[in-house]
Design a protein around this ligand. Structure first.
Ligand code: PXG
Length: 323
């Protein structure tokens, strides 16, 4: 596996970062989780926009223009020769002396991993999940804004631990006011009386790319969508519930805090939206290979190029054998 690390494609075994990187020392950085299906990166532009927005909010300068970073990402995926997978794009504050002061880090570090991800078993997609609400609250708007996809995931990890301790795979996180925010790495949706409800970003939900896609698909299908505050009561008496995220895609929720949702099966609107979502992910996106890739036109200026793609790569491709 080839990993992009600060301008170079290196073998996984050589993809090492400094112990003085503030991403490691303080969780100081931002990231994106992106999927590619059938040779196309799904919603790439939206992910890149969110990454740069997250970085801006935490005053982190990404040391590369958006177009170049997009190209580096495509080059990395191409170098790994997979048509389906998961991309983890990480920007850290970079290497600096000890101390939280970000000024200690002259330049941010860029990591791009192109790998595989499988969140839940086929059974879980078919039968739906049982979840709990957990005691760990979603971060407050008064702290690091929860809309920032930062490298600080400990609240979410604590929530995940609570879920596992309760013997279920996922947990619903409330915000400080007690309203539903989202799950540990997924947005939350419910259906009542034919309307699709989801918490607003102001309630602590990440502005999920999958969330946005599902809202669009629902609206196209004539389903009214409301972004509104939701309580546990609303969830317990919902007709259908489901989660969305880049990793999980879309998965039904059939039990919450021991209350069975409707008849205990993923509902018809959930199944219809999942079908439409799967069709969309397999037929749209930024092409990774082939002529139709608009990025291919500018690849001569690419910050990195796979040697298989170009003999005149101007960024070094390091392999273990080279060392
Ligand atoms: N809420 C949170 C807190 C997330 O981290 C989502 C919602 C869903 O957003 P998207 O844009 O993906 O629809 C996320 C996404 C991982 C992983 O490796 C995490 C996410 C996505 C993909 C993989 O655990 N989080």
């Amino acid at each position: 596996m080839k990993i992009y690390l600060d301008g170079q494609l290196v073998d996984e075994a050589d993809a090492k970062i400094s112990v003085f990187d503030h991403g490691l020392l303080y969780g100081d950085g931002v990231f994106e989780g992106i999927r590619f299906y059938n040779g196309r990166v799904f919603k790439l532009e939206e992910h890149m926009d969110r990454l740069y927005d997250s970085a801006k909010v935490i005053c982190l300068d990404i040391p590369m223009a958006k177009a170049d970073l997009t190209q580096a990402l495509l080059d990395t995926v191409r170098a790994n020769e997979e048509r389906d997978g998961y991309i983890r794009l990480v920007i850290t504050r970079g290497v600096g002396d000890l101390g939280i002061n970000p000024k200690l880090c002259p330049k941010g570090s860029i990591i791009i991993i192109s790998a595989k991800i499988k969140m839940y078993s086929e059974e879980m997609y078919r039968d739906g999940l049982e979840i709990i609400t957990c005691a760990t609250r979603r971060t407050s708007q008064a702290a690091v804004p929860p809309a920032v996809k930062s490298l600080n995931y400990l609240n979410n990890i604590m929530a995940k631990i609570e879920a596992h301790q309760a013997g279920v795979p996922e947990a619903l996180m409330l915000n400080e006011a007690g309203y539903i925010a989202e799950c540990t790495a997924d947005n939350f949706f419910m259906i009542k009386g034919g309307t699709l409800f989801t918490p607003p970003v102001s309630a602590g939900a990440l502005r999920g790319i999958t969330r946005g896609t599902i809202i669009d698909l629902a609206e196209e299908a004539g389903i009214p969508v409301k972004e509104t505050e939701l309580t546990r009561y609303d969830v317990f008496v919902a007709d259908e519930c489901f989660l969305t995220g880049t990793g999980a895609e879309m998965v039904g929720v059939v039990k919450v805090d021991s209350r069975v949702i409707a008849d205990g099966q993923p509902g018809p609107i959930t199944r219809m939206l999942l079908e439409k979502f799967r069709q969309l992910t397999r037929s749209t996106g930024t092409p990774i290979f082939g002529e139709e890739n608009p990025a291919a036109d500018v690849s001569a200026d690419s910050p990195i190029r796979d040697q298989a793609e170009a003999s005149h790569s101007h960024v070094e491709v390091v392999t273990a054998a080279d060392r």
